[in-house]
Design a protein around this ligand. Structure first.
Ligand code: SF4
Length: 241
């Protein structure tokens, strides 16, 4: 089972990929306002200990702590809270922390003073849902001192040419469609194009999910949420270097 740590909740839409944000969709069910960013009770989770003095948060599954999956770790509203998170991340050097951001342009404002060329246990994923976001975010991402870097193209909204950006310390590219009732369609040829670019650059490729509306051979498939991951896996197109 994946380990998650959401130190705060809520976010602001910033680019086309946010249109049908799952945080907003989930909150809408409970009439909760996602734009109100609040600290969670689990804020100190990585350093909480049990009565025996052992950390409650331990390595499980793939050993990764998935950080800030109900917000964006580089969100402006969290500027006053982030340094405390960095201190906890540093203290828990036995764990790897991974987060996905649409705000890589805030990287230098958000790193701690002792970041240097990056913490060994931090993996940052930069999201690019379309060509313009890729062309804006990836040059910043590639330049940034980060030890572990991946690109996430999800929801993939159009065909993207990333050939200029791969092969620069990117370990993996993750691609997928959009889920939810109002999902925008994802075309299989866009996925295959990214896969080909990854193979050419020697970057691992992972087709995570089809999304709710998937077009293959010019035919639209409406795919239920519970099958979106398994249908992607069935394609058998993942590549590992
Ligand atoms: S950045 Fe992420 S969490 Fe924030 S609104 Fe966009 S999709 Fe949602």
């Amino acid at each position: 089972m994946n380990v998650t740590w959401n130190p705060w909740h809520g976010c602001h839409k910033i680019s086309p990929g946010c249109q049908n944000c799952y945080v907003y969709r989930q909150d809408a069910r409970y009439e909760r306002d996602s734009s109100q960013v609040v600290k969670n009770k689990t804020f100190y989770l990585p350093v909480e200990k049990n009565r025996s003095g052992e950390y409650k948060l331990r390595r499980e599954g793939d050993g990764i702590v998935y950080l800030c999956f109900s917000s964006d770790f580089f969100l402006e509203d969290a500027d006053g809270w982030r340094d405390e998170c960095w201190r906890m991340i540093k203290q828990r050097s036995d764990l790897d922390f991974l987060f996905i951001t649409k705000r890589i342009h805030r990287f230098y404002e958000c790193i701690p003073s002792d970041w240097g060329d990056g913490y060994d246990n931090v993996h940052i994923c930069c999201t690019c849902e379309n060509q313009s976001m890729a062309d804006f975010r990836l040059p910043i991402f590639l330049e940034a001192p980060i030890k572990k870097k991946s690109i996430v193209c999800e929801p993939l909204l159009e065909e993207i040419d990333l050939s200029a950006y791969l092969n620069h310390g990117i370990s993996q590219l993750i691609a997928g469609g959009e889920s939810g009732y109002n999902a925008r369609p994802c075309r299989y040829e866009w996925i295959l194009s990214l896969r080909s670019q990854c193979i050419a650059a020697g970057v691992s490729f992972y087709f995570k999910q089809t999304g709710a509306k998937f077009i293959k051979d010019n035919r639209l498939y409406n795919i239920p949420r519970k099958l979106q991951h398994s249908q992607a896996a069935k394609a058998g197109i993942n590549v590992c270097f």
